[in-house]
Design a protein around this ligand. Structure first.
Ligand SMILES: NC(=O)c1ccc[n+]([C@@H]2O[C@H](COP(=O)([O-])OP(=O)(O)OC[C@H]3O[C@@H](n4cnc5c(N)ncnc54)[C@H](OP(=O)(O)O)[C@@H]3O)[C@@H](O)[C@H]2O)c1
Length: 331
């Protein structure tokens, strides 16, 4: 699917972007792979590792529509991964987060349509489902823009879809590196925000594979949600440091006790497939077949009315032994 294609990744120097590009270069022979991000140092460092002849590095900000329009010339597929994603920073600097996550999304959409890009997948987060913090709210707006973009793309070939998933194991600023540092610094107890807390859990590779597969599946307008396990935060702490006590520090501003991926209100337009769900758009676009089947030939079925997919009602939980194995396998 990606052989001889030109692919651009906004936020290509981030955790997701690097893993995505590594995977694409291992499995396919793309014509061009374009990294689009702001910081020249991150790009310089990435060039030392990723220097295949097809690689291109574009400095640019998703807030700058003109630069995006230049970058997307003759591009076939786009993954939009660039975002500001730290919850406390977004609460403190709301307008900065809106400019990058919402205006940036709009710029990506316009540049993709104007350049006749074939398919665009935007990354979302569980924090965008019934959001309670600014980061989640901006990602929900971004999701809505990408889904609705299939309307304004009428008459153009560009199709847009969204991929939503939960915490990425070991990603920058997340709980695993935080606990690791505390253990390495010789702490005698690990801080737990709330002992009831649960989170969805996905490895970076699974996230990348899910995005790649959804380029095959998408017709335009889908919000794809993978079936992934949950973890109890107390189990994670026990798996990472069984010798340490745990102490409760209280929930942080903008945090939920449990995360939500699909709300009750979305259940009447959600379809279940073998390894994922699809939230269909509330406004139906012209698609070749309904959203209960996809372009990869897979068949889904409607979920029960009132269904919701939350990190505490997930049938799939990782136990302490599985978490320990995952921690040891995570760099
Ligand atoms: N990590 C998770 O746990 C998680 C979970 C669910 C969803 N997601 C979503 O997955 C996506 C990727 O996350 P990640 O973990 O890879 O993030 P990351 O490691 O923080 O990388 C973010 C990337 O975006 C770039 N960027 C930031 N602002 C930009 C701007 N204004 N213009 C252009 N590039 C910009 C950054 O490079 P520069 O700073 O150099 O511009 C960097 O390359 C995000 O959309 C995030 O919301 C992440």
């Amino acid at each position: 699917m990606f052989d001889n294609k030109s692919i651009l990744i906004t936020g290509g120097t981030g955790s997701f972007g690097k893993k995505f590009i590594k995977t694409v270069l291992e499995r396919y022979q793309p014509r061009r792979v374009i990294v689009f991000s702001r910081d020249e140092l991150k790009q310089f460092e990435m060039q030392q590792e990723f220097n295949a002849p097809c690689m291109r590095y574009f400095l640019g900000d998703v807030r700058d529509g003109d630069r995006l329009r230049q970058a997307l010339r003759n591009v076939d597929y786009v993954v939009h991964a660039a975002a500001l994603k730290q919850v406390p920073a977004a609460e403190y600097n709301p307008t900065e987060c809106i400019r990058t996550n919402v205006w940036g999304a709009e710029n990506v959409i316009n540049a993709a349509i104007e350049n006749g890009v074939e398919k665009v997948i935007a990354l979302s987060t569980d924090k965008a489902a019934s959001p309670i913090n600014l980061y989640g709210a901006t990602k929900l707006l971004s999701d809505k823009l990408f889904i609705a973009a299939n309307n304004i793309a009428g008459g153009h070939k560009t199709r847009f879809a969204v991929v939503r998933y939960g915490n990425v194991v070991g990603s920058r600023g997340s709980v695993v590196p935080f606990f690791r540092k505390l253990v390495a610094d010789g702490c005698d107890s690990l801080p737990i925000t709330d002992p009831r807390m649960t989170r969805f859990w996905i490895t970076l590779q699974r996230g990348v594979d899910f995005v790649l597969k959804n380029f095959e599946r998408m017709q335009g307008g889908e919000l794809f949600v993978p079936k992934i396990p949950s973890v109890r935060i107390t189990d994670l702490a026990t798996a990472m440091a069984p010798q340490l006590k745990q102490h409760v520090v209280g929930i942080r501003p903008g945090e939920k006790v449990h995360e939500l991926m699909i709300s009750h209100d979305d259940s009447n337009h959600t379809f279940e497939f073998a390894d994922h769900y699809v939230i269909a758009p509330s406004i139906n676009f012209v698609v070749q077949h309904g959203y209960d089947s996809n372009d990869a030939g897979e068949q889904g079925k409607p979920v029960d009315e009132g269904f919701n997919y939350a990190s505490d009602n997930n049938p799939l939980f990782l136990d302490i032994a599985e978490l320990k194995a995952l921690d040891q396998a995570t760099p």
